[in-house]
Design a binder for this molecule. Structure first.
Ligand SMILES: [Fe+2]
Length: 348
């Protein structure tokens, strides 16, 4: 995995991605804006604002994270599955500093749309802490389902844009996955403070999804629970960073009510390389002591037996130094399950 030890060279490199208004997403053809966000020379990330009730739903869930991590061990046991392959319910990171993708986090995973997978075996059944933390399930499902709804609108726009640029592209491919596959896993994440200056909460990687939707984060003092103000965070390099298409590292700055969407490797393949998975990381320069981060992500992905394919496979191998190559994990006719299993093997 790539490690960055010098933050100063990109300390001031902040950008606001293209922001789309929710009403425009519904009523306009935004192919140009989509291309600007996800195509060649783009930042690889898009924001959507003015989504009705979204910020209320976001805060309702994120504000539960502090309670989640403070639950007693018996409550955490109630929502934990022992099989390591079943990533549902409560999961504490292994606190292994060498595990750069999953270090120092407490998370709750679930599918926000359905409690049992459409294809048995694709995912374990959801496990909700109905007794010890009943408010978690409704807040998680409300926000998760709303985000999938908005992501479907973005997916329709993405499909239109790709169709204009490729005669090989099967119309509605990405929207079909977002809207009908119901295999989207969501994660409420509490990033614990880093005890040593690792500079990374999540190391540089690309997602293994079609699309990933991310809320903005709340930063709080782990010891007191007080929320850090924007002003307090102004001089810190903390948060989501992406590598743009010119391979420059950019800190993403948006208003709190913005829903962020980025492209994963599955969409890169399905689009025949017109979309490019976004290299990103969550970094922390360590200047703010005891700082924790709370966020929520929805990972949109196809059903396990879905064959990830395209007519221009030669265009999909887009490499970034320090990030695992797609080579060896995907070739034409690979199912999503095969791709994920090979990916896990490459990582661990
Ligand atoms: Fe990611």
């Amino acid at each position: 995995m790539r490690k960055f030890t010098c933050l100063s060279r990109w300390a001031n490199n902040e950008l606001t991605p293209k922001i789309i208004d929710y009403q425009d997403l519904i009523s306009k053809n935004l192919s140009y804006e989509i291309l600007e966000s996800f195509g060649l020379y783009s930042l690889g990330i898009l924001g959507v604002r003015n989504i009705p009730k979204y910020d209320e739903n976001r805060l309702a869930l994120l504000n539960l994270a502090k309670k989640l991590i403070a639950l007693p061990p018996e409550s955490k046991a109630e929502m934990t599955r022992r099989n390591d392959l079943d990533i549902v319910g409560w999961r504490e990171s292994n606190n292994n500093p060498n595990d750069l993708l999953d270090y120092l986090k407490g998370s709750f995973y679930a599918n926000p749309e359905i409690d049992s997978p459409v294809n048995p075996g694709d995912w374990a059944d959801n496990i909700w802490p109905k007794k010890s933390f009943p408010e978690l399930e409704p807040a998680f499902k409300t926000l998760g389902q709303q985000i999938i709804h908005v992501s479907a609108l973005v997916s329709q726009q993405i499909d239109q844009m790709i169709s204009l640029r490729s005669k090989f592209y099967k119309p509605n491919t990405i929207n079909d996955i977002t809207s009908t596959h119901k295999n989207h896993i969501s994660r409420l994440i509490y990033y614990y403070p880093q005890n040593e200056a690792k500079n990374e909460w999540v190391s540089w990687h690309k997602d293994f999804t079609t699309l990933t939707a991310l809320t903005t984060s709340i930063y709080l003092n782990h010891l007191t629970g007080e929320i850090f103000s924007d002003k307090e965070l102004e001089s810190s390099n903390v948060g989501l960073f992406v590598m743009n298409r010119n391979r420059e590292i950019v800190k993403i700055r948006v208003e709190p009510d913005t829903l962020l969407l980025q492209v994963g490797e599955v969409a890169q393949i399905l689009s025949g390389g017109i979309l490019e998975a976004t290299p990103h990381g969550v970094l922390n320069d360590g200047l703010q002591k005891n700082i924790s981060r709370v966020t929520f992500a929805v990972f949109m992905q196809p059903k396990g037996d879905y064959v990830i394919d395209c007519d221009t496979p030669e265009n999909v191998f887009i490499e970034h130094e320090g990030i695992i190559s797609l080579k060896g994990r995907w070739e034409p006719k690979t199912s999503f399950n095969e791709y994920i299993q090979r990916t896990i093997k490459s990582l661990y």
